[in-house]
Each structure stands twice: as C-alpha cells, then as structure tokens.
Design a protein around this ligand. Structure first.
Ligand SMILES: NC(=O)c1ccc[n+]([C@@H]2O[C@H](COP(=O)([O-])OP(=O)(O)OC[C@H]3O[C@@H](n4cnc5c(N)ncnc54)[C@H](O)[C@@H]3O)[C@@H](O)[C@H]2O)c1
Length: 492
C-alpha cells in the first residue's frame, strides 16, 4: 500500500505521458485486458519534464514519488497537465473543463458549436441559460480564477487538428465531440448520415492525428452503455472485454474468450456510430501503441458539480426535448410544468445511470491514471440500474416534496427495442482500480434539479418549448402521432 492511498500512487513512468520510451518495446497490448510489460532492464525512458534525470528505468519512479505528479482529491495529477477537451461547449465538456482547470490542469477545448444549432433546429434551447463560449471562459476566470482556452474548430478539420496537437502537445485528450442523440439519428437519412459521418470520421481522424502529432497522450473516448444493447439471454454486460476465465462452449469443445471484445448490439444509428468508434480506438491502440480508456457511459442526469453550482454564469447546457434530453432530466422538466411523465411502451426497459457530478469524477480519475502505451481498456461508467417505470415513480415521489402532483403516462413505444429484458451490468473497475466513490445519490440530484427547474425564469423556458417534449420520432420510419396507452397518478 502506498502512503497516500491514491488510486494511481503506485503507477510508474510506464503510464506517464511525459515520458518517451527510448528502447525497443517488446510488448504489444493487442487490446487484451491483461498484457505484459517488457522485462526490467530491456528499455529506458527519458522524461520530457525532467531531462536532468537522463535515461532511466521506467519502473523506478512512481507517481507518488515523482515531483511532477501532485496529489488532488481525484488522485495524483501531472502538474499543469495539458488536457485537450474535444466538444467543450457540450453538456459534459463544459463541467469537465471547469473541474480540470480547478484541479490545476492546463485546459484547452475545441467545439464547432453544432449542438447549439441542432437543438435550435428541433425548436428547443438549453432551459438553463448559457452564455457564449467567450462569456463562459470569462465567467470561469472571474468566479473560479482559472484560465481556460477555447477555440471554435471542427474536429473533422484535419489540418487544423494536426496543427493544434502539434502546438498544444496534449498529455490527455477527452473525446466528447460527437452527436449524441439516438432519436436524432433515427429521424431521417440526412440526420443518420450526419451522425455517423461526424462521429465515425471525427474519431478516426483524431486517432491518426494523435499517432502523428501527440502519440504519448492518453485518449479518454466516450462510448455508451447503449453499444451493448440488452441481451435477452441475460449475459452480463462485462466491461468491454471478456474476463480472463470466460469460455465459449460449442459442440463439445471449449475456447477461451478472455480479453476479446464482448458482443455489441447497438440500439440506434447513433449507437452504431459509437460502436465503430470503439473498434477504431481498439485497433489504433493495437497498430500504433496509442493508449486509451473507452468509457461505456450510462445515461447522465443532473446539472450539478462543485464548480457549476457556484454561479449561474457557469451553467452547463440542459436540454429536455425529445431529441436532446435524457430521461431523468426530461421527467423533472415535465413534472415542473404539470405534464405527464412519458414512459415509452411498458417502461420496464432497464438502463445504467450516473449523475453528471459522478461522471466528472470518474473521467478525472481516468485522466489521472493513464493507460500504458498500447493499452486499450474499457470501463462501464454507471452507478445505478433503473427501469424507466422506477424512474417515473421516484421522480413523482420527490415532486410531492415540492407540492407537485404528477401523472405518469404510458405511450406507444417510438423505439424498436425489447421492453422486457434482463440487465446485469458489471461495473467494478472504476471503484476497484480508480478509487471512484459516488458523491451524489439519485434523490439528492433530482431534488437539486427541481430547485433549479422551478425557478420562474427556467420554468418559463420549459413552458415555451413544451411541444418539443412529447416524442414524435419513430424508429420504424412511420409518421403520425404516438398513441397514449394509459395515464395514472403514482401512489405515494
Ligand atoms: N449525455 C449522456 O447521457 C451521454 C451518455 C452516454 C454517452 N455520452 C457521450 O458523451 C459524449 C458527450 O456527450 P454530451 O451529452 O456532452 O453531448 P453534447 O452534444 O452536449 O456535447 C458534444 C459537443 O461536441 C460538439 N461537437 C460535435 N461534433 C463536433 C465536431 N465535429 N467538431 C467539434 N465539436 C463537435 C458539439 O457541438 C457539442 O458541444 C458524447 O460522445 C456522447 O456520445 C453521453
């Protein structure tokens, strides 16, 4: 056990992006969960931050013992670590920038501001007002005393990306810059193509650019739990890769599955694009010794973090319409304006969930403990599994604390999905290997949301876009209104 107890205290220069490997690296992670290090003495490294040390054995210095790594609440972080956030104007990108800047990282973010346009296209807007990026950066300076750099840029602009990596030399890259909506991707061919092109090509171009201009950077790639689907067999949703002792039995023979990618069964064209992203990252780590954590993230809800809560000028965006809102956020908004909470189909569909605050902690902990070169690993980033019906019941119960009587409504399911299915998510790595401890429970987060959404200005913004809340996009491609099947008042 190390002195500090931090999850990454015992990591060595093997994982440090400041280090350049000088010798012959005789291992290839091959994307397998378990991989070998070269035997001691076979290779030496040089530290770009501490050139005075000269060449040394990468196993000889731990993060805890290195003067460049400093203890923070989320583990040791490289001093002034250069973190590039792709998609910084988004729901997750902005709170991530604030948190990392506050922890002492040097944060640079890009965004092409597409999310703002796409939400407007649906006739909606963030219900908590957000400033322009220039205003948010100024607010971060004023309220938090941090400098965040923002550049308006499209991730698909490959020459600009190459120049940016060359100039900034990120030590960690967080890839949020994707179009994250399942219903948007199912609305019509143009939107499906836009989603797939943006997400698949963006990540692919990023991988080549990292290979050529910042190969030591660790890549935190956002995937989604929706990549796995919900297998009717009840097979557990392992963390991306089969555990070492998994076997395939077929016709009397047995094969090991250990370390192989687990099956994917994406549930929309958006999720298909995320699966392709997973394979691109997995292969790039194998071909070029890039290093990445692929984060299979559950559905996020909430709008709170230590930094966001300081002042409304630091708000992150918060969407509630059919395309861009996620279920818990949408239910609270519906409850606030007296609209029934809309459950699709039976409401027995189960998914993994995590609060925004917890998600930010998880990603920070991953940034703090980079994978070794060539290592591709996956974490399932969820804290709870709920059915949609359970969420409606819990939101309705909490709404009563705010004197709101809520109805729940079952409507025809616009999606093509199994409504009754087992759902066993394995989510152990973040707690076991990265020291993650949840800081926010469902009820507290939802109470916080009610307090924010009941503010007259915010409530007025929800009412203004009331029509965007009820779903219209059908996976089947058919048009026409969805039928209301049942409406009831949940028991106390
Ligand atoms: N929010 C969730 O519940 C959730 C759940 C699972 C996974 N994810 C994943 O997390 C990531 C971030 O999600 P989010 O909710 O913050 O989405 P978001 O849309 O709010 O943020 C993404 C940002 O990236 C920008 N962007 C998109 N394409 C770009 C491009 N080509 N160039 C530059 N900028 C671009 C958008 O303008 C937007 O500001 C996504 O990859 C998403 O798939 C989100």
């Amino acid at each position: 056990m190390t002195e500090s107890g931090c999850h990454n205290a015992g990591q060595t220069c093997w994982s440090c992006p400041a280090v350049e490997f000088k010798g012959h690296v005789d291992f290839r992670a091959c994307g397998q969960a378990a991989f070998r290090k070269a035997a001691q003495g076979q290779l030496v490294v040089e530290c770009q931050r501490r050139p005075e040390i000269g060449y040394f054995d990468p196993n000889s210095i731990t993060f805890e013992s290195c003067s460049e790594w400093q203890e923070t609440p989320d583990g040791y972080l490289l001093k002034d670590m250069r973190v590039l956030i792709l998609g910084m104007d988004g729901y997750l990108g902005w709170p991530m920038a604030l948190k990392l800047a506050k922890q002492g990282c040097r944060v640079l973010g890009i965004d092409n501001l597409m999310r703002r346009e796409l939400v407007a296209e649906r006739g909606a807007d963030s219900i908590t007002p957000i400033g322009s990026m220039a205003e948010r950066v100024a607010a971060a300076r004023e309220k938090l005393g941090v400098e965040i750099e923002f550049r308006e840029m499209d991730l698909l602009d490959r020459p600009a990306l190459a120049a940016l990596l060359e100039e900034f030399q990120p030590e960690s890259i967080v890839q949020f810059a994707e179009i994250p909506s399942a219903p948007y991707s199912m609305a019509d061919v143009e939107r499906a193509v836009n989603t797939v092109q943006n997400n698949v090509v963006g990540t692919l171009g990023l991988l080549f650019a990292v290979r050529d201009h910042a190969p030591d950077a660790s890549i935190i790639k956002l995937g989604t739990m929706g990549e796995y689907g919900s297998p009717l067999t009840g097979r557990p949703l392992f963390e991306g890769l089969f555990p070492g002792d998994a076997v395939l039995q077929y016709q009397g023979q047995e094969w090991s599955l250990g370390g192989e990618l687990t099956p994917r069964d994406p549930v929309s064209f958006y999720h298909v694009s995320k699966v392709q992203g997973t394979f691109s990252v997995y292969e790039a780590c194998k071909y070029w010794w890039l290093r990445s954590y692929d984060v299979m993230q559950g559905v996020i809800y909430g709008n709170s973090s230590a930094e966001l809560d300081l002042d409304p000028s630091l708000n992150t965006r918060f969407d509630i319409d059919e395309w861009w809102g996620t279920v818990v956020n949408r239910f609270v908004a519906q409850a606030v304006i007296g609209m029934p909470l809309t459950i699709y189909g039976s409401g027995s569909q189960k998914r993994g969930y995590i609060t925004l605050r917890d998600a930010m902690q998880c990603i920070t902990r991953l940034i703090a403990a980079p994978p070794e070169p060539g290592q591709y690993d996956v974490v399932n980033q969820v804290t709870d599994v709920f059915s949609v019906r359970e969420i409606a019941q819990m939101v309705a119960t909490i709404a009563r604390e705010f004197d709101l009587e809520v109805e729940v409504q079952r409507i025809e399911n616009p999606r093509v999905e199994s409504e009754e299915h087992p759902y066993e998510v394995i989510h152990e790595k973040l707690a076991d290997r990265f020291g993650f401890e949840s800081e926010s429970a469902f009820a507290d987060e939802v109470r916080h949301l009610f307090r924010v959404l009941l503010q007259p200005e915010v409530k007025a913004r929800i009412l203004k876009q009331r029509d965007t809340l009820f779903p219209k996009t059908k996976w089947s491609g058919e048009h026409g209104d969805l039928e209301v099947l049942e409406t009831w008042k949940p028991a106390a």
